[in-house]
Design a protein around this ligand. Structure first.
Ligand SMILES: NC(=O)c1ccc[n+]([C@@H]2O[C@H](COP(=O)([O-])OP(=O)(O)OC[C@H]3O[C@@H](n4cnc5c(N)ncnc54)[C@H](O)[C@@H]3O)[C@@H](O)[C@H]2O)c1
Length: 260
Protein backbone atom coordinates (compact mmCIF):
# COMPACT_ATOMS: atom_id res chain seq x y z
CA UNK A 1 0.00 0.00 0.00
CA UNK A 2 1.47 3.46 -0.87
CA UNK A 3 2.23 5.83 2.00
CA UNK A 4 -0.61 8.26 2.75
CA UNK A 5 0.25 11.80 3.81
CA UNK A 6 -1.70 14.88 4.84
CA UNK A 7 -0.34 18.27 3.74
CA UNK A 8 -1.91 21.51 4.93
CA UNK A 9 -1.52 24.54 2.69
CA UNK A 10 -1.34 22.14 -0.27
CA UNK A 11 -2.80 24.53 -2.87
CA UNK A 12 0.21 26.83 -3.16
CA UNK A 13 3.94 27.29 -2.76
CA UNK A 14 5.83 24.83 -0.56
CA UNK A 15 2.76 22.68 0.19
CA UNK A 16 1.90 22.36 -3.50
CA UNK A 17 5.48 21.46 -4.42
CA UNK A 18 5.56 18.82 -1.68
CA UNK A 19 2.25 17.33 -2.79
CA UNK A 20 3.45 17.11 -6.39
CA UNK A 21 6.76 15.54 -5.33
CA UNK A 22 5.12 12.87 -3.18
CA UNK A 23 2.55 12.07 -5.86
CA UNK A 24 5.32 11.70 -8.47
CA UNK A 25 6.88 9.17 -6.09
CA UNK A 26 3.65 7.19 -5.99
CA UNK A 27 2.47 8.30 -2.56
CA UNK A 28 -1.09 9.24 -1.73
CA UNK A 29 -1.61 12.83 -0.55
CA UNK A 30 -4.64 14.33 1.13
CA UNK A 31 -4.31 18.06 0.66
CA UNK A 32 -5.92 20.53 3.08
CA UNK A 33 -6.43 24.16 2.13
CA UNK A 34 -8.95 26.97 1.85
CA UNK A 35 -9.51 26.01 -1.82
CA UNK A 36 -8.34 23.49 -4.44
CA UNK A 37 -7.82 20.65 -1.97
CA UNK A 38 -9.19 17.21 -1.09
CA UNK A 39 -10.21 18.72 2.26
CA UNK A 40 -11.34 22.34 2.06
CA UNK A 41 -11.12 23.87 5.52
CA UNK A 42 -10.14 27.01 7.39
CA UNK A 43 -7.41 26.33 9.95
CA UNK A 44 -7.90 29.72 11.57
CA UNK A 45 -11.04 28.55 13.39
CA UNK A 46 -11.74 25.85 15.98
CA UNK A 47 -14.55 24.46 13.78
CA UNK A 48 -12.28 24.36 10.76
CA UNK A 49 -9.60 22.46 12.68
CA UNK A 50 -12.08 19.88 13.99
CA UNK A 51 -13.49 19.58 10.48
CA UNK A 52 -10.03 18.75 9.11
CA UNK A 53 -9.59 15.86 11.53
CA UNK A 54 -13.06 14.48 10.79
CA UNK A 55 -12.65 14.84 7.03
CA UNK A 56 -9.16 13.30 6.95
CA UNK A 57 -10.38 10.36 9.05
CA UNK A 58 -13.14 9.81 6.51
CA UNK A 59 -11.07 10.26 3.35
CA UNK A 60 -8.12 8.18 4.63
CA UNK A 61 -10.17 5.35 6.07
CA UNK A 62 -8.72 6.12 9.51
CA UNK A 63 -5.01 5.54 8.83
CA UNK A 64 -2.31 7.91 7.60
CA UNK A 65 1.50 7.65 7.56
CA UNK A 66 2.68 11.25 7.68
CA UNK A 67 1.59 14.78 8.58
CA UNK A 68 3.00 17.91 6.93
CA UNK A 69 1.74 20.92 8.94
CA UNK A 70 2.70 23.60 6.44
CA UNK A 71 -0.18 26.07 6.04
CA UNK A 72 0.74 29.58 7.10
CA UNK A 73 0.13 33.29 6.73
CA UNK A 74 2.55 36.20 6.89
CA UNK A 75 0.05 39.01 7.48
CA UNK A 76 0.62 41.62 10.22
CA UNK A 77 -2.66 40.48 11.72
CA UNK A 78 -4.06 38.17 14.47
CA UNK A 79 -5.12 35.68 11.77
CA UNK A 80 -1.43 34.82 11.40
CA UNK A 81 -1.40 33.66 15.03
CA UNK A 82 -4.56 31.60 14.52
CA UNK A 83 -3.26 29.77 11.44
CA UNK A 84 0.49 29.56 12.08
CA UNK A 85 0.47 28.48 15.71
CA UNK A 86 -2.97 27.20 16.69
CA UNK A 87 -3.81 25.75 13.27
CA UNK A 88 -0.46 23.96 13.08
CA UNK A 89 -0.59 22.52 16.59
CA UNK A 90 -4.22 21.44 16.14
CA UNK A 91 -3.31 19.72 12.87
CA UNK A 92 -0.49 17.75 14.47
CA UNK A 93 -2.30 16.87 17.68
CA UNK A 94 -5.65 16.22 16.00
CA UNK A 95 -4.25 13.94 13.30
CA UNK A 96 -1.70 12.13 15.50
CA UNK A 97 -4.14 9.30 16.46
CA UNK A 98 -4.51 8.48 12.75
CA UNK A 99 -0.76 7.70 12.62
CA UNK A 100 -1.21 4.81 15.06
CA UNK A 101 -1.79 2.19 12.37
CA UNK A 102 1.28 3.19 10.34
CA UNK A 103 4.45 1.10 10.28
CA UNK A 104 6.52 4.30 9.85
CA UNK A 105 4.59 7.27 11.27
CA UNK A 106 6.17 10.70 10.75
CA UNK A 107 5.33 14.37 11.38
CA UNK A 108 6.90 17.67 10.40
CA UNK A 109 5.93 21.33 10.60
CA UNK A 110 7.12 24.36 8.69
CA UNK A 111 8.62 27.04 10.90
CA UNK A 112 10.88 29.77 9.45
CA UNK A 113 14.26 31.43 9.77
CA UNK A 114 12.11 34.40 10.82
CA UNK A 115 12.17 32.76 14.27
CA UNK A 116 15.65 34.32 14.53
CA UNK A 117 14.29 37.83 13.93
CA UNK A 118 12.84 40.30 16.45
CA UNK A 119 9.73 38.92 18.15
CA UNK A 120 7.36 39.86 20.94
CA UNK A 121 8.15 38.13 24.27
CA UNK A 122 4.60 38.56 25.54
CA UNK A 123 3.04 36.95 22.47
CA UNK A 124 5.58 34.10 22.43
CA UNK A 125 4.86 33.41 26.12
CA UNK A 126 1.12 33.31 25.44
CA UNK A 127 1.65 30.83 22.61
CA UNK A 128 3.57 28.37 24.77
CA UNK A 129 0.60 27.03 26.75
CA UNK A 130 -1.66 27.37 23.74
CA UNK A 131 -3.91 30.08 25.14
CA UNK A 132 -5.64 31.30 21.99
CA UNK A 133 -7.85 34.23 23.00
CA UNK A 134 -5.19 36.17 24.97
CA UNK A 135 -2.70 35.48 22.17
CA UNK A 136 -5.08 36.82 19.52
CA UNK A 137 -5.71 39.89 21.69
CA UNK A 138 -1.96 40.54 22.06
CA UNK A 139 -1.53 40.19 18.28
CA UNK A 140 -4.35 42.73 17.85
CA UNK A 141 -2.39 45.19 19.99
CA UNK A 142 0.84 44.52 18.07
CA UNK A 143 -0.94 45.02 14.74
CA UNK A 144 -1.78 48.59 15.76
CA UNK A 145 1.60 49.57 17.20
CA UNK A 146 2.93 52.35 14.98
CA UNK A 147 6.61 51.42 15.43
CA UNK A 148 6.34 47.80 14.29
CA UNK A 149 2.84 47.61 12.68
CA UNK A 150 2.43 43.90 13.28
CA UNK A 151 5.81 42.85 11.92
CA UNK A 152 6.65 41.02 15.16
CA UNK A 153 3.62 38.73 14.85
CA UNK A 154 4.95 36.36 12.17
CA UNK A 155 8.38 35.91 13.83
CA UNK A 156 6.68 35.30 17.19
CA UNK A 157 4.49 32.51 15.78
CA UNK A 158 7.48 30.80 14.17
CA UNK A 159 9.64 31.06 17.29
CA UNK A 160 6.80 29.57 19.33
CA UNK A 161 6.39 26.73 16.80
CA UNK A 162 10.10 25.88 16.89
CA UNK A 163 9.99 25.80 20.71
CA UNK A 164 6.84 23.66 20.59
CA UNK A 165 8.68 21.07 18.49
CA UNK A 166 11.64 21.06 20.89
CA UNK A 167 9.32 20.54 23.86
CA UNK A 168 7.05 17.94 22.29
CA UNK A 169 9.30 15.76 20.15
CA UNK A 170 10.83 13.66 22.93
CA UNK A 171 7.57 13.05 24.82
CA UNK A 172 5.62 9.80 25.13
CA UNK A 173 3.07 11.04 22.57
CA UNK A 174 5.65 11.51 19.81
CA UNK A 175 9.05 9.82 20.26
CA UNK A 176 7.52 7.35 22.71
CA UNK A 177 4.97 6.37 20.08
CA UNK A 178 7.69 5.93 17.45
CA UNK A 179 6.90 9.20 15.64
CA UNK A 180 9.80 11.45 14.64
CA UNK A 181 8.55 15.06 15.03
CA UNK A 182 10.73 17.74 13.43
CA UNK A 183 10.56 21.16 11.78
CA UNK A 184 12.08 22.88 8.79
CA UNK A 185 12.98 26.56 8.84
CA UNK A 186 13.19 27.92 5.30
CA UNK A 187 14.97 31.11 4.30
CA UNK A 188 13.41 33.17 1.50
CA UNK A 189 11.48 30.90 -0.87
CA UNK A 190 9.91 32.11 -4.10
CA UNK A 191 6.19 31.51 -3.46
CA UNK A 192 3.07 33.68 -3.56
CA UNK A 193 3.78 34.53 0.11
CA UNK A 194 6.96 36.39 -0.82
CA UNK A 195 6.09 37.48 -4.38
CA UNK A 196 5.58 41.14 -3.45
CA UNK A 197 8.83 41.21 -1.45
CA UNK A 198 11.04 39.90 -4.26
CA UNK A 199 9.38 41.31 -7.37
CA UNK A 200 12.28 43.55 -8.36
CA UNK A 201 16.06 43.16 -8.19
CA UNK A 202 16.21 46.03 -5.68
CA UNK A 203 13.64 44.37 -3.43
CA UNK A 204 15.47 41.03 -3.63
CA UNK A 205 18.75 42.67 -2.70
CA UNK A 206 17.30 44.57 0.23
CA UNK A 207 15.55 41.42 1.57
CA UNK A 208 18.78 39.43 1.28
CA UNK A 209 20.51 42.02 3.44
CA UNK A 210 18.12 41.07 6.25
CA UNK A 211 18.05 37.35 5.37
CA UNK A 212 21.55 36.61 4.07
CA UNK A 213 21.60 33.53 1.80
CA UNK A 214 25.22 33.11 0.67
CA UNK A 215 24.57 29.59 -0.62
CA UNK A 216 22.61 29.94 -3.89
CA UNK A 217 20.29 32.78 -2.76
CA UNK A 218 16.50 32.68 -2.88
CA UNK A 219 15.21 29.12 -3.31
CA UNK A 220 12.37 27.49 -5.21
CA UNK A 221 9.72 25.63 -3.16
CA UNK A 222 10.90 22.21 -4.43
CA UNK A 223 14.07 22.70 -2.35
CA UNK A 224 12.02 22.71 0.84
CA UNK A 225 9.72 19.97 -0.46
CA UNK A 226 12.61 17.52 -0.88
CA UNK A 227 13.75 18.07 2.71
CA UNK A 228 10.21 17.75 4.08
CA UNK A 229 9.72 14.54 2.11
CA UNK A 230 12.91 13.04 3.54
CA UNK A 231 12.06 14.04 7.12
CA UNK A 232 8.72 12.25 6.76
CA UNK A 233 10.15 9.26 4.87
CA UNK A 234 10.66 5.71 6.11
CA UNK A 235 14.43 6.42 6.02
CA UNK A 236 14.20 8.96 8.85
CA UNK A 237 14.30 6.81 11.96
CA UNK A 238 16.26 8.97 14.45
CA UNK A 239 15.88 12.71 13.83
CA UNK A 240 13.92 13.94 16.82
CA UNK A 241 12.99 17.54 17.64
CA UNK A 242 15.34 19.09 15.07
CA UNK A 243 14.75 22.47 13.49
CA UNK A 244 16.44 22.03 10.11
CA UNK A 245 17.33 25.33 8.44
CA UNK A 246 17.01 25.18 4.67
CA UNK A 247 18.03 28.77 4.22
CA UNK A 248 21.12 29.17 2.05
CA UNK A 249 23.14 29.90 5.19
CA UNK A 250 21.17 32.64 6.95
CA UNK A 251 21.14 30.75 10.26
CA UNK A 252 24.91 30.19 10.07
CA UNK A 253 25.49 33.87 9.27
CA UNK A 254 23.11 35.29 11.87
CA UNK A 255 23.66 32.88 14.78
CA UNK A 256 27.24 31.77 14.24
CA UNK A 257 28.51 29.89 17.29
CA UNK A 258 25.53 30.70 19.50
CA UNK A 259 23.83 27.41 18.67
CA UNK A 260 26.29 25.77 21.07
N1 LIG B 1 7.93 31.57 1.28
C1 LIG B 1 8.88 31.76 2.20
O1 LIG B 1 9.87 32.48 1.98
C2 LIG B 1 8.78 31.07 3.53
C3 LIG B 1 9.88 31.15 4.39
C4 LIG B 1 9.82 30.52 5.63
C5 LIG B 1 8.68 29.83 6.01
N2 LIG B 1 7.62 29.77 5.15
C6 LIG B 1 6.44 29.02 5.61
O2 LIG B 1 6.15 28.02 4.66
C7 LIG B 1 4.75 27.69 4.75
C8 LIG B 1 4.17 27.70 3.35
O3 LIG B 1 4.28 29.03 2.84
P1 LIG B 1 4.36 29.36 1.29
O4 LIG B 1 5.51 30.25 1.11
O5 LIG B 1 4.22 28.12 0.48
O6 LIG B 1 3.05 30.29 1.17
P2 LIG B 1 1.81 30.28 0.20
O7 LIG B 1 1.07 31.52 0.52
O8 LIG B 1 2.24 30.04 -1.21
O9 LIG B 1 0.98 28.99 0.66
C9 LIG B 1 0.35 28.93 1.93
C10 LIG B 1 -0.90 28.08 1.79
O10 LIG B 1 -1.51 28.03 3.08
C11 LIG B 1 -2.91 28.15 2.89
N3 LIG B 1 -3.60 28.71 4.06
C12 LIG B 1 -3.48 29.98 4.55
N4 LIG B 1 -4.38 30.20 5.52
C13 LIG B 1 -5.06 29.03 5.67
C14 LIG B 1 -6.14 28.64 6.52
N5 LIG B 1 -6.71 29.50 7.37
N6 LIG B 1 -6.60 27.37 6.40
C15 LIG B 1 -6.07 26.51 5.49
N7 LIG B 1 -5.05 26.84 4.67
C16 LIG B 1 -4.56 28.09 4.74
C17 LIG B 1 -3.05 29.14 1.72
O11 LIG B 1 -4.33 29.06 1.12
C18 LIG B 1 -1.92 28.68 0.81
O12 LIG B 1 -2.35 27.71 -0.13
C19 LIG B 1 4.15 28.73 5.70
O13 LIG B 1 4.02 28.16 6.98
C20 LIG B 1 5.18 29.82 5.71
O14 LIG B 1 5.14 30.59 6.89
C21 LIG B 1 7.64 30.37 3.93
Amino acid sequence: MPRASVITGSASGIGKATKELLEQRGERVIGVDLHDAEVVADLSTAEGRTGVVDAVRKVSGGRIDAIYANAGLALPDPATVAVNFFGTVATLEGLRPLLQGSEAPRAVLVSSMAALMASDDELVALLAPGDEQPALARAGVLAKEPATTGRLIYASTKLALSRWVRRQAATAEWAGAGIPLNAVSPGVIATPMTADLIATEEERESLLKVVPMPLNGIAEPIVVARLLAWLNSVENTHLCGQIVYVDGGSDAVLRGDSVW
